[in-house]
Design a protein around this ligand. Sequence first.
Ligand code: GLU
Length: 505
Amino acid sequence: MSEKVRVRFAPSPTGPLHIGGVRTAIYNYLFAKRNGGDFILRIEDTDSQRFVPGAEDYIIEALTWLGLTFDEGTHIGGNYAPYRQSDRKDIYKKYVDILLEKGAAYIAFDTPQELEEKRSSIQNFQYDASTRGQMRNSLTLGKEEVQKLINEGNQYVVRFKIEPNQDVLVNDLIRGEVKINSSVLDDKVLYKSADNLPTYHLANIVDDHLMKISHVIRGEEWLPSAPLHVLLYKAFDWEETMPKFAHLPLLLKPEGNGKLSKRDGDRLGFPVFPLEWKDPKTGDISSGYRESGYLPEAVVNFLALLGWNPGNDQEIITLPELIKLFSFDRCSKSGAKFDYEKAKWFNHQYIQLKSNKELRELFIPYLEKEGIKADESYIETVIGLVKERVSFVKELWGQSAFFFKAPESYDEKTIKKRWKDETPAQLTELIDVLKGINDFSSNNQEEIVKNWIESKGYNLGGIMNAFRLAVVGEPKGPHMFDITATIGKEETINRLQKAIKDIKK
Ligand code: GLU
């Protein structure tokens, strides 16, 4: 292992980054920053068939939105550039040749048809020590024959020659020691002459080595590849600098049975991607957390706790705190259920943590859409009064529209229930009471109005409900006198007058 902590997030640009991939990126980032290390973005695009245009930019945009900044990567360069595997083609061939020379790999000419025939004639066929002797490869053909086939332009692959019956140990920082027998592994293809490209396994190992990666932190789905990777490190004689592994638990469906998929999101109505994604082929749009109104801080906090915990029941943990607390000891081995309601809860909490000024900046575009212009300080006061009622910035308008414009209509049900025969006369009296108040602060109004109600022997609820209906138009909103103190005396009186005039039973 190299001394400095260097981790890489190594997605394949095969589509939008899944929320599970985002969690992997977060854990890599936290571990790197916890240990004063480097966080690197490497794009693993050697499988040209699965390449999707736009996916790399999407990944960078998503992680930038979440505040996970890279130290090196395709978009910013670095000492180990290039960071996109398709730009590193020339590097890999040399390492394929090293394995061939050492006898740790061999050339195989079997065509897809030949392989298919074997699969149908031999039960559970696997290309390995038990079968490679029956195949067309450099172990069974003479040297000259091999050269002749290559010269004739026959396509071939290079396969890793796995010695059977050895114990392979993978030391995993989350799972402990995982031991498997090499006989279960097949002689994986490392390189294909057809496109002159290495496969994932070879490119991944060579790049981790050359980029001095100290820890490989990735999803559990890569655990089955880890023994092969350990054997590759051995074959190259790179065991001493082999990175440590940490395979993260799966994100599970909300019900807990099986892996979280895009279909679960469609079925239950939540995004499984950080940003909205438009499929370049079909034009289909998949929703994203950003466009759904999530704050990046909330998404990071929510995901960080799916598979890791701080050792106590603290739930609100900001990115700088996460960096201080993160360690693999508290990562769980078992999958984490994806609880979408909890994501909303986190967003609600992070809205409460934002200052009214920050929220004002986020809220302004929504006000503009409604054609509303107002003083900055007025908007901030309103936000302060309603924010505890919302989980998303976009919900602020629904909770506060009446601060910006008088009601145009009045809720019918409330009229029926709350607008009594005596209401117009009582509200007319209330107008006079309000007119006489000089200090229109919430507390002062409340004291004076309540004294008046009491002295008259009126019903407190009856007056206050009708008052609210006149000012808000509906039975909702924060404390009544906070509303009137904010909109001011004149506006309050105007709204009362209008209601008295317009509301008919
Ligand atoms: N390219 C692999 C992926 O798409 C990387 C796995 C790894 O981190 O080794 O997830």
